[in-house]
Design a protein around this ligand. Structure first.
Ligand SMILES: [Zn+2]
Length: 425
């Protein structure tokens, strides 16, 4: 026994020396037992251990390609300070945490990619972002498991899993096991650790690595696949979308955020042109837009028909171009259908409601083909959640939220996003 141990130690010594000098593809990982986000291919850990990692990057066509082997980015504190703000340095290089509800990317609902603010490595995509209610930008999976490393963090008397950029070891935040489907994980990020690039500008993230390391074991995950995930149907992780209008989007958003299976709800504009898809123009009532919401949902938990039922139970579909005191075509009741199937289901349900005289007056909800949905300005997102004491929210939105809570008791999230304890991290 003793002899074997001595031999083993010697062997480990040799292996360690070899590994130290070579790319660390063989290194052990910090794979989580049940997370599914780490595996044998995760990059090596440790600031001085490995000098090379495997990562995925964007090419000039806006496709995520790789994994490719690349040297780690290593800089002195002085060099980092020269390219980062004080706050970015404190968080990314010194494992700091920004205050909740203060990060600039918390309410960002644009489609695109979040990259490392230090080295530009793509880390997360908008189609995995969700409103966790914690006050920090949250995602249920990284854009590529290779690009985000995990390390046990025992600071502050807790055992947590710290997440870092694989290429530069920049601190990003932590990952927890209480996220939504499909992964059950919540990657909790600091806005300061991230730089956002819109989907249409993905080519600007092109990494020279994609061109030099072309071939080998590269597997392209197209921008198209990314878009499919956000566009409806069964994208990665099973996400679909529905676009409804029913008056002020603050209220409609708050209603749908309550439902289990709803991943996120974006307030925006539908029915008009891109050029005038802004709040000021839409308020004139002359742009053709309706204030609308895009509901991103998990079709294995909730379906389009149920979303329709909730919509008709929480707004008045009988008042033409009006919802309560809000009047004008921008407040019309509408279903923006993205497929013939959605149109068919909506028509059938309106007929059913009409046949059973569910409303005292005729339903005037319009069925309009969805051409494009334009997310509204950042301050409109999560408005009810961020402004609970606003008079309009208390008087108009909350009664609608109460309605969905009462009528769809068995379809609610366990904890309402409006009542998530702030600062849970
Ligand atoms: Zn980085």
């Amino acid at each position: 026994m003793r002899f074997r141990e001595v031999a083993l130690v010697a062997l480990i010594g040799v292996v360690f020396a070899v590994v130290f000098a070579l790319p660390m593809a063989l290194s052990p990982t910090s794979a989580r037992a049940a997370g599914g986000s780490g595996d044998g291919k995760a990059p090596a850990q440790g600031k001085e251990g490995s000098m090379t990692v495997q990562v995925k990057v964007f090419n000039k066509a806006g496709d995520l390609v790789g994994p490719f082997s690349t040297p780690k980015v290593v800089k002195t504190d002085a060099e980092w300070k020269a390219i980062l703000t004080d706050e970015q340095f404190r968080i990314t290089r010194d494992a700091g945490t920004e205050r909740p509800f203060c990060g600039t990317l918390l309410d960002n609902k644009k489609e695109g990619v979040y990259a490392c603010v230090c080295c530009g490595l793509p880390l997360f995509a908008s189609n995995a972002k969700f409103n966790s209610g914690t006050g920090w930008p949250s995602f249920f999976q990284p854009i590529a498991k290779e690009n985000v490393t995990e390390i046990e963090d025992r600071s502050h008397g807790m055992v947590r899993t710290e997440i870092n950029c694989a290429r530069c070891d920049g601190h990003l935040g932590h990952v927890f096991d209480d996220g939504p489907r499909p992964t059950g994980l919540r990657f909790c990020l600091n806005s300061e650790s991230l730089a956002f690039t819109e989907q249409k500008d993905l080519a600007s993230l092109a990494d020279p690595l994609a061109e030099t390391a072309r071939g080998a074991d590269s597997a392209a995950i197209g921008a198209a696949a990314l878009a499919a995930g956000a566009k409806g149907g069964a994208g990665p992780g099973g996400r679909a979308e529905a676009v409804f209008a029913g008056g002020c989007f603050w209220c409609v958003e708050a209603v749908f955020e309550e439902l289990d299976g709803v991943i996120e709800v974006v307030s925006g504009y539908a029915g008009g042109a891109r050029e005038t898809a802004n709040y000021e123009a839409v308020c004139t009532g002359k742009t053709g837009h309706a204030e609308a919401v895009k509901i991103v949902y998990d079709p294995s938990k909730i379906d389009f028909a149920t979303l329709l039922h909730v919509h008709f139970a929480t707004h008045d579909p009988t008042t033409l171009n009006r919802q309560g005191n809000d009047s004008g075509p921008q407040y019309r009741s509408a279903i923006f259908y993205a497929s013939d199937e959605e149109k068919r289901v909506a028509e059938a349900y309106i007929k059913e409601l009409t046949d059973k005289k569910a409303f005292p007056k005729p339903i005037v909800t319009t069925l309009e083909p969805l051409k494009e949905f334009y997310p509204a300005e950042a301050y409109h997102q999560n408005y009810a959640c961020n402004n609970p004491f606003n008079g309009y929210i208390k008087a108009v939105a909350m009664p609608k939220v109460d309605k969905v809570r009462e009528k769809f008791k068995d379809r609610l999230k366990e904890v309402s996003p409006l009542e998530q304890p702030a600062g849970k991290r």
